[in-house]
Write a protein that binds this ligand. Structure first.
Ligand code: NOJ
Ligand code: CA
Length: 680
């Protein structure tokens, strides 16, 4: 292996600058860390061209002197790793972690001054770095007021970015923007961009634990600052003693799918801390849910109450018959009457409504081999939830529930907590307080062998590796926006998510709406702006170990042939490959099922989706095992399909294929193709 880190003395200006270098294993990515002008900085090149220009590193603190100017590199330590690890569930079973690392220590030239180490890891698909503040004098308590990390994009004047705004009232639930990079204001991560030479970059973070979420603030054209979402008192981060920050990640690839085919976020997280997690189960579910979103049912009590014993039994029967593992029931507990959005203080997490017999349903589910999936909506009143959380999980554990969907519906900045003095404070969903609150919930759930699917979450940073019961989350506009959002999700939404939000981890999007005409078709109503084939393709394109069949049972029974694909498709994969795509335009995924339960582990699946443009895509089937034959069950847009007025035109056919074949996929406007390759 080549030398991966060197300490150089270079003459720069009037001072000698020290430099440390670390290269990716394939040598295409090179990080240079420098103390030129006594200012800690890093720069990244990709294929010998600058990608990130010299960018500042450092912090400002409330009481301690800043880690900013006057610092020199005092120590450099290098390491190389090439290992593999196994996921209990995931996009692939075996993950390779191959990287070179350099840990660079900075200090001032003064006795007993503070030191800071910045650890860089260079992978073939990008770079991660984090700060490490050791136990040292004056740092028993640290309040970070500002992180100074910059990301200075080279070639910024000719770059395009895909992003959603940060610190907005609607958290992460915005339509994605496509703009010139230089026009981006405050943006969330994963933040994806492309320069005019085709280099794709995505900035995000990994292992966000006990720290504020980072958003990107463009301070000068092309230069983004790590902007930490503060506490209600204005402090960014509060720490005791030694600490490490989350990893700042910069994925770099020369194609859009290169960003997707990367495990850098998972690799930068700590291994599983929960031990045996065989109780964490991927699977598919249906639920008493969509009816509330399209107003045919209610969460609250009354005539249209969705969560009744009778309706739940009907869903359990349906689930058992068609191979679903669980039935989500929302609106089962006291607190939904009146305006639940504002009255979160009155939610009980243990008291069912009178017409919901949880004990009877636990028994019924056991007979049928179907589990109840729990639901805890907080309306952002986290102290009310915290007070009841242990009992709430105990009730669900007793009721054979192994998965709970949580909800934190509240405007951004308006999460309510009661502090130690009994005073109400209002926090962001992505500040340090809530980062800790979400993880507290996941860890407590683990004690009850319960997995968590967080809605209105903190963004995903790969913590599923460490806590595999954090099984999915929302954190972007999901299907629900098609019921009532203004506007509903546009046709490009899915190919946008694939290259942005989905880089972070699984999303509980809740695909599979079969009746798009609940308000009428066309382009000016609330409805999924897709074809039926595209709804099927979502099960392959949008990775999640739990997938909902979100529509009402009667709408599946009305289209049994299309419904077959949802019954067949697994949610746990041996391997996943993004084959082709462009950000916001289209994406094609192939995934091989993982052996578990009724899945043999031999079948492959393909999902392709497009934006508002119809397109023809050639796909080589060379991902299939050579010499094997597969029966391809192809669900594609019919000849006359187009999303606005003819979304249901679906053409289903079967043909035998092998690795030598090519398929020509014809996608309608906002269309898709879903294929099961059944091993013969
Ligand atoms: C928002 C969630 O995303 C949605 O799925 C849920 O139905 C509502 N909150 C109510 O909890
Ligand atoms: Ca939501």
């Amino acid at each position: 292996m080549r030398t991966s880190a060197l300490l150089l003395l270079a003459f720069a200006g009037n001072s000698f600058a020290q430099t440390a270098v670390v290269e990716s294993p394939n040598s295409q990515i090179k990080v240079t860390i420098s103390d030129e002008n006594s200012t800690p900085s890093y720069a990244i090149s990709f294929k010998n061209k600058p990608a990130i220009n010299a960018s500042r590193l450092g912090f400002e603190f409330k009481t301690q002197a800043a880690f900013r100017d006057g610092f020199k590199i005092t120590h450099v330590k290098q390491q190389s790793v090439n290992t593999q690890w196994q996921q209990p569930w995931g996009e692939r079973q075996t993950v390779t972690d191959k990287h070179n690392e350099v840990a660079v220590t900075f200090a001032k030239n003064e006795p007993n001054g503070a030191t800071y180490t910045v650890r860089f890891r260079a992978f073939d698909s990008g770079v991660g770095f984090r700060y490490e503040v050791p136990k040292q004098a004056g740092f028993d308590q640290t309040h970070i007021t500002k992180e100074l990390t910059e990301f200075a994009i080279n070639n910024n004047n000719n770059a395009t970015a895909w992003w959603i705004p940060a610190r907005g009232w609607n958290r992460y639930e915005y339509v994605y923007n496509t703009t010139a990079l230089n026009d981006v204001p405050l943006a969330h991560t994963p933040f994806t961009l492309k320069t005019n030479d085709g280099t794709h970059i995505s900035i995000h973070e990994a292992a966000l634990v006990d720290y504020a979420g980072m958003v990107l603030n463009q301070r000068r054209p092309g230069t983004f600052n790590a902007d930490l979402t503060p506490w209600s008192d204005g402090i960014a981060v509060k720490k005791q003693g030694a600490f490490n920050t989350p990893w700042r990640t910069i994925q770099i690839a020369d194609s859009a799918v290169g960003l997707v085919n990367s495990d850098i976020i998972l690799n930068l997280n700590e291994p599983n801390k929960l031990g045996d997690v065989s109780w964490v189960k991927p699977g598919k579910y249906v639920g008493i849910w969509w009816g509330m979103h399209i107003n045919t049912q209610t969460w609250g009590s009354g005539e249209k109450h969705g969560a009744t014993t009778q309706t739940t039994k009907y869903y359990m029967d349906f689930a058992a018959e068609y191979g679903f593992d669980g039935v989500l029931v929302e609106g089962w507990n006291i607190g939904w009457d009146g305006d639940w959005f504002f009255n979160g203080d009155v939610f009980s997490f243990t008291q069912p409504y009178d017409d919901f017999d949880i004990a009877a349903l636990t028994q019924y589910g056991k007979q049928k081999g179907v589990q109840l999936i729990g639901h805890h909506e907080t309306s952002g009143n986290v102290s009310n939830y915290r007070d009841q959380m242990d009992e709430a999980f105990a009730l669900y554990e007793k009721s054979n529930v192994s998965q709970v969907k949580t909800g934190y519906v509240a405007d951004g900045g308006n999460i309510k907590r009661i502090d130690e003095n009994g005073i109400a404070r209002h926090e962001w969903h992505d500040g340090q307080f809530m980062v800790n609150e979400y993880l507290y919930n996941v860890k407590l759930a683990a004690k009850h062998k319960i997995s968590i699917n967080t809605h209105e979450p903190i963004k995903d940073t790969g913590l599923r590796r460490t806590y595999p019961n954090w099984i999915a989350r929302e954190g972007a506009r999901g299907q629900e926006f098609n019921a009532w959002g203004t506007p509903p999700n546009p046709p490009e939404h899915i190919p946008m998510l694939a290259f942005t939000r989905m880089l972070a981890g699984p999303m509980d999007f809740t695909p599979g709406i079969f009746d798009m005409g609940f308000n009428g078709l066309g382009d000016d109503t609330n409805r999924p702006q897709t074809t039926l084939a595209k709804q099927l393709a979502l099960y392959v394109v949008l990775y999640s170990p739990i997938q909902m069949a979100a529509d009402l049972p009667k709408n599946y029974l009305a289209k049994p042939d299309a419904f077959q694909f949802i019954q067949d498709v697994p949610t746990d994969w041996q391997q996943s490959i993004a084959l082709d795509g462009e950000v916001g335009d289209f994406i094609v995924f192939a995934r091989k099922e993982r052996k578990r339960d009724k899945y043999s582990g031999n079948d492959w699946y393909l999902g392709a989706v497009t934006d508002e443009k119809a397109r023809t895509i050639e796909v080589k089937l060379d991902f299939l095992e050579k010499g094997k034959k597969f029966e391809a069950h192809i669900y594609q847009d019919g000849k006359n399909a187009e999303w606005k007025n003819n979304p249901y035109d679906l053409d289903i056919k079967k043909r035998v294929v092998s690795a030598n074949d090519k398929l020509t996929l014809k996608l309608a406007t906002s269309g898709g193709t879903a294929i099961r390759f059944k091993a013969l």
